[in-house]
Design a protein around this ligand. Structure first.
Ligand code: FE2
Length: 480
């Protein structure tokens, strides 16, 4: 009880961000202030967990909510906002029943159901990416859902032309190779006997080009990864899923996860072409947890991987809603370098920005390539016990040695979703980042545009919405 009474509220209004009915809408945004760059054309997409309550039952964890994809279409006519729930099997059956039926990531209840008694029924609530002409809504569990890229209407589960099935593991953080549009992704098959890491590569039409399977020693709850021109790279932290407990004891995924830092982390490097070479692993020399990647690339025989590393996993900080990030530990961007010939770690370089960056992005044209700039959200009150939320936009530079360009939102205002980078196609030195902005005490939501290389200047444009929004998670930008 002491905890309850001493919990500081460092995030005023956060309780108004989760338990309300999300709006499905499509309209031209009016009342834009500032300047939307004339060259900005294309689609911004963001996926948000957006339903947390039914019939008096509330979800506990941010990752439990049903997915809603929203878009901003930047065209000559203006900016159009559209949002639609992802019509998953879970959502449809629960709508019909008027109640939650399925176990969620952080919420289990008596009689809750699983897909084939094996997996969570996916809420497809974490990410939205274009693959060629289609839009995919992804989550951690299984197949993505295909959406119409303009109307966001659901077309159905996308099984990559029959190559995957409804229990194929498929992560939310697919990567796209800018040289050919290929989509590379992974999924961990959990089993009490032998967890297996699956790596997939598809062309821009969704045809499977390769699939490789690697047994892994421990059941890592791995969320993200990196690609280079020739490799897939994983930082396997000792954050482990007790699959037996999830399956047989009826607990949530959250309650079946164990953090065992004494085991240390390993970096696993696998070739994208499984015939090219054998995979290998090296100790990371750190016991931190990696949730999200920034980017990775190789030059000659030197592989660089840039991640966000935290002292402990953050998933537990996504609950109990609406009290988020209550005890979250500092985290920071860290660069690792591996000599591919010697198969050795040769450098570990942490940056000094430690405000718990939780979402990050780079120019999608530079994924898997040498780059300098990245963007992330951060929490100004990181390190202070009490509920809080992301309220900083940080622009990091590896050559600059850290984060010297930072925007701090006013108290009671929050920034959400990956800061999605959109570059001027005619001037590679110019770009914007697009960030969701919530001001819950005023019931206001908007999207903000920042000059990507000068975020400290504050937003260059504000795109106000007509209604509230739930905080977004992962975002992407697809140029026209
Ligand atoms: Fe993520």
């Amino acid at each position: 009880m002491l905890e309850e009474t001493t919990l500081q509220d460092l995030a005023p209004g956060l309780e108004r961000c989760f338990f309300f009915d999300a709006v499905e809408e499509s309209y031209e945004i009016t009342g834009i202030t500032g300047q939307v760059p004339a060259w900005l054309r294309g689609f911004y997409y963001v996926n948000s967990p957006a339903r947390f309550e039914r019939e008096g039952r509330r979800y506990r964890n941010w990752l439990d909510g049903d997915g809603m994809v929203s878009s901003l279409h930047f065209s000559e006519a203006g900016v159009r906002y559209t949002s639609r729930f992802v019509q998953t099997r879970k959502l449809q059956e629960e709508e019909a029943a008027g109640a939650f039926l399925f176990r969620a990531f952080g919420t289990a209840f008596p009689g809750d159901r699983l897909r084939r008694n094996l997996l969570l029924e996916p809420p497809n609530n974490l990410a939205a990416f274009r693959l060629g002409d289609i839009l995919l809504a992804l989550c951690e569990v299984a197949l993505p859902i295909e959406l119409d890229p303009v109307t966001l209407e659901t077309r159905g589960e996308f099984d990559f032309h029959g190559k995957l099935n409804e229990v194929s593991p498929f992560a939310a953080h697919a990567k796209f190779d800018p040289s050919n549009g290929n989509m590379v992704n992974f999924g961990v098959s959990f089993s009490p006997q032998q967890p297996v890491l699956n790596i997939y590569e598809f062309d821009r039409c969704g045809n499977q080009l390769r699939r490789s399977r690697y047994p892994v020693e421990l059941p890592h709850a791995n969320h993200d990864f990196g690609i280079t021109s020739r490799h897939c790279v994983f930082l396997l932290s000792p954050f482990l899923l007790d699959f037996d407990r999830f399956l047989h004891d009826g607990v949530s995924v959250m309650d079946a996860l164990c953090w065992e830092p004494e085991r240390g982390s390993r970096i696993f490097v696998a070739p994208r072409d499984p015939k090219a070479e054998t995979p290998f692993a090296v100790p990371a020399g750190s016991s931190g947890h990696c949730l999200h990647w920034i980017n990775s690339y190789e030059e000659g025989r030197l592989l660089t991987l840039d991640i966000i590393e935290s002292e402990a996993p953050v998933y537990g900080e996504y609950q109990v809603l609406p009290d988020m990030y209550t005890t979250v530990s500092p985290s920071r961007p860290v660069r690792y370098r591996i000599d591919l010939d010697a198969r050795k770690l040769v450098e570990r370089l942490p940056l000094d920005y430690d405000r718990t960056p939780d979402f990050c992005s780079v120019d999608m044209n530079l994924v898997s390539r040498p780059y300098n700039d990245f963007w992330s959200l951060g929490i100004s009150a990181s390190g202070i016990r009490g509920r809080k939320f992301t309220d900083q936009l940080a622009h990091g530079s590896w050559q600059g040695g850290g984060v010297s360009d930072l925007y701090q939102a006013p108290r009671g205002e929050y920034l959400c979703g990956d800061p999605a980078y959109a570059g001027n196609p005619k001037d590679r030195g110019e770009g914007v980042v697009i960030v969701e902005h919530l001001k819950p005490l005023a019931d206001e939501a908007s999207f903000l545009l920042f000059d990507a290389l000068d975020v400290k200047r504050g937003p260059i444009a504000r795109l106000p919405l007509r209604h509230r929004r739930h905080p977004g998670v992962h975002a992407s930008f697809c140029p026209q």
